[in-house]
Design a protein around this ligand. Structure first.
Ligand SMILES: Nc1ncnc2c1ncn2[C@@H]1O[C@H](COP(=O)(O)OP(=O)(O)O)[C@@H](O)[C@H]1O
Ligand SMILES: [Mg+2]
Length: 255
């Protein structure tokens, strides 16, 4: 079981304090939700956890090791995978190729080996493809394996992005607004899928605007506003927290 921890992390963009001494723990077999109004700092959390944004204020540890300041690829290889708020697939590649690229981080020959194509490498390539197809199946998009990503329906591209992340066999998966642009039946399916991701032993951090999805699937929820953690608890506690209500509505509910 993985444990990913932010400890007093602050991130500044010029004069803006995007994250202010933020601490919380992801992992331990839970689906953790991260909510907050637009601009609260949720995507910034993802970018700090994955090494995209650098900061020297605070620390991020993964299974006890400090990963703050490490390069994104190192963190990805360690077992932290993500999806993006805006889809970032390799749009000219097929679905299975997208998933295979992610899987290469687990191969002994790497991308160079795949280009040189010795016999051992061909065998490994076949194995990578098998694993990639497994991930596509898991997310229900294997029938699109040979379809160019940009030709897939939008909702399925979002599923492919999750499949690609799963193909890398992560310990922790960070999902940034996976239900964005999905219709109600797609987002309800997505809830089931997120629960299944937890069941195969991947810890999830979910950023999502669709409160039905967040409340329905998260074991633990953290609410941030202006980069500050304002509440933390289970869905019941969060829904009844006056600070959370105020952050969303701009004023206390009883006023
Ligand atoms: N690369 C950046 N440069 C400058 N400001 C940024 C950058 N990334 C995020 N911000 C700012 O930090 C704040 C938090 O943004 P973000 O993490 O994207 O919020 P959220 O995902 O919760 O909507 C916002 O005010 C945003 O404008
Ligand atoms: Mg965001």
């Amino acid at each position: 079981m993985a444990q990913l921890e932010l400890k007093n992390v602050s991130v500044r963009f010029g004069g803006l304090l995007a994250l202010s001494s933020l601490s919380f723990t992801i992992g331990n077999g839970r689906i953790v939700g991260l909510i907050g109004p637009n601009g609260a700092g949720k995507t910034t959390v993802f970018n700090v956890l994955t090494g995209v944004y650098k900061t020297s204020e605070g620390d991020v540890t993964f299974n006890g090791e400090s990963i703050l300041g490490q390069r994104p690829y190192y963190i990805f290889e360690k077992g932290i995978a993500r999806t993006f708020q805006n889809i970032r697939l390799f749009s000219a590649m097929t679905a299975v190729e997208n998933a295979m690229v992610a899987r290469h981080c687990r191969s002994s020959n790497g991308i160079v080996g795949a280009i040189l194509r010795t016999k051992a490498q061909k065998k490994e390539e076949a194995y990578i493809k098998e694993k990639a197809i497994e991930a596509l199946k898991f997310m229900g998009v294997d029938q699109y394996a040979d379809t160019v990503a940009s030709n897939m329906p939008y909702g399925l591209q979002r599923r492919l992005e999750i499949a690609r992340a799963i193909a890398s066999e992560p310990q922790v998966l960070l999902l940034d607004e996976p239900a964005a642009g999905m219709n109600p039946s797609e987002s309800s399916e997505l809830m089931t899928d997120i629960a299944r991701i937890k069941d195969i032993g991947i810890d999830v951090l979910l950023v999502e605007h669709d409160m039905k999805v967040v409340m329905g699937v998260c074991d633990h929820i953290i609410c941030v506003d202006h980069g500050v953690k304002i509440a933390e608890g289970d869905s019941q506690e969060i829904q009844n927290n006056p600070k959370v209500i105020e952050a969303y509505l701009g004023q206390p509910a009883n006023q």
